[in-house]
Design a protein around this ligand. Structure first.
Ligand code: PMP
Length: 377
């Protein structure tokens, strides 16, 4: 049986060094980092250095680092936190139609329950928002624009600089970026964003740990009330051991970003070359997209059947993002890209890593070809 994992955009395995640090720290010290006794102080100083390390790596200030349980929480905190804090300035918000469900559902809630007005921007055939539509949508009462860095289903990469420039030139709105699929993968300048976030399990760290970076001047109403932790923005006992190891996986990921990027770019070319030889296979991902994500579909074949057949052979890919895998029967992003329900229902996402080998891709393509050949239309 194979064991070929090609679903790294859903989550990644833990790096061995990171796991060792986690285990060692957890065994050594179980204190609450807010306790005032000796072992609490030790925990607190670990957390402080993790915060410093993250701030150094991302060139921001220590008090701009807010630890969260991951990107779902960070997206909720950024979007609802800003909306509630600035609502007396205006109640208009802008996002795109292809954001992650933790972003889209936050906006839906603000719209349906809290009386905000939301503009959802379209994407073009490259998976990018229309910058003119953005410009024309900005109003005096727009308080927040949230546009992701890299799309989790098709891999399109938005132009953060241009988006930020338009927002700043035409409004007083803040710019939030969900950088979950970009961190440690794409070399982007996040400093153009007022808030951005990422999640440790996407770069070989633990699940349940993430960060929201919020510029000092930005106000935020906490979503989790109940404590002084994280500057008062996020109550609850800090999962400090996970956050310390997040800092480590971030450092490793940032240090190796270029090396990994080059390796994975070559892998993606290799894979596309092989896939293009298979009949009826169509590539959904735009040409200029992240090397880490490739979205495809087969004409007249059911994506789910292919995914399950591969899974039975020990090869793991996905039909859509894991976060909507049980709630929707099609991929929102692929639908917005193709405007075709059939394609978006049957699309397959392959996501790569520096751990992926050409041998694995050879086996994957052979098995895929065999499965597809044996499937009736
Ligand atoms: N945003 C994007 C773009 C993602 O891909 C994900 C993870 N699928 C999330 C947010 C949510 O991250 P987490 O799993 O840390 O809640």
């Amino acid at each position: 049986m194979n064991n070929i994992y090609l679903d790294y955009a859903s989550t990644t395995p833990i790096d061995n060094d990171v796991l060792e640090s986690y285990y060692k720290l957890l065994k050594e010290n179980y204190a609450n980092s807010d306790s005032l006794h000796e072992i609490g102080n030790v925990a607190s100083s670990y957390l402080k250095s993790a915060r410093q390390q993250i701030a150094n790596l991302l060139k921001c200030k220590e008090n701009e680092v807010i630890f969260t349980s991951g990107s779902t929480e960070a997206n909720n905190l950024a979007i609802k936190g800003v909306a509630f804090a600035y609502q007396n300035r205006g109640k208009h918000l802008i996002t795109s139609k292809v954001e992650h469900p933790s972003v889209l559902d936050s906006f839906k809630q603000l719209e349906e329950t809290f009386g905000f007005e939301v503009t959802y921007l379209d994407i073009d055939e490259n998976g990018l928002i229309d910058l003119n539509q953005l410009k024309n949508s900005l109003r005096n009462d727009t308080i927040l624009v949230s546009i992701m860095a890299v799309n989790n289903e098709m891999g399109s990469i938005q132009n953060l600089q241009q988006i930020s420039k338009i927002i700043k030139e035409h409004s007083h709105a803040l710019y939030h970026v969900d950088a979950t699929q970009a961190m440690c993968k794409e070399k982007l300048d996040y400093s153009v964003a007022d808030l951005y976030n990422f999640s440790s399990h996407k770069f070989y760290g633990l699940k349940g740990a993430g960060v929201l970076i919020k510029k000092e001047k930005v106000r935020l109403l906490p979503i989790l009330s109940g404590g002084q932790q994280e500057g008062g923005y996020r109550g609850g006992t800090v999962n400090w051991v996970s956050q310390v190891t997040l800092a480590k996986s971030l450092r490793l990921g940032v240090e190796k970003l270029e090396e990994h990027y080059k390796y994975v770019s070559d892998l993606k070319k290799y894979l596309i070359d092989k896939l293009q030889k298979i009949d009826n296979l169509v590539i959904n991902s735009p040409q200029m997209s992240s090397p880490y994500i490739l979205n495809i579909y087969f004409k007249n074949k059911r994506g789910e059947v292919i995914m399950n057949a591969l899974s039975n052979k020990g090869i793991y890919i996905s039909t859509k993002s894991a976060c909507s895998s049980r709630s929707k029967d099609y991929s929102t992003s692929i639908y917005e890209l193709t405007k075709d329900k059939n394609i978006s229902k049957n699309s397959l996402r392959i996501s790569l890593s520096h751990l992926t080998t050409k041998e694995e891709l050879d086996i994957f393509v052979n098995e895929l070809k065999e499965i597809v050949d044996n499937l009736k239309g």
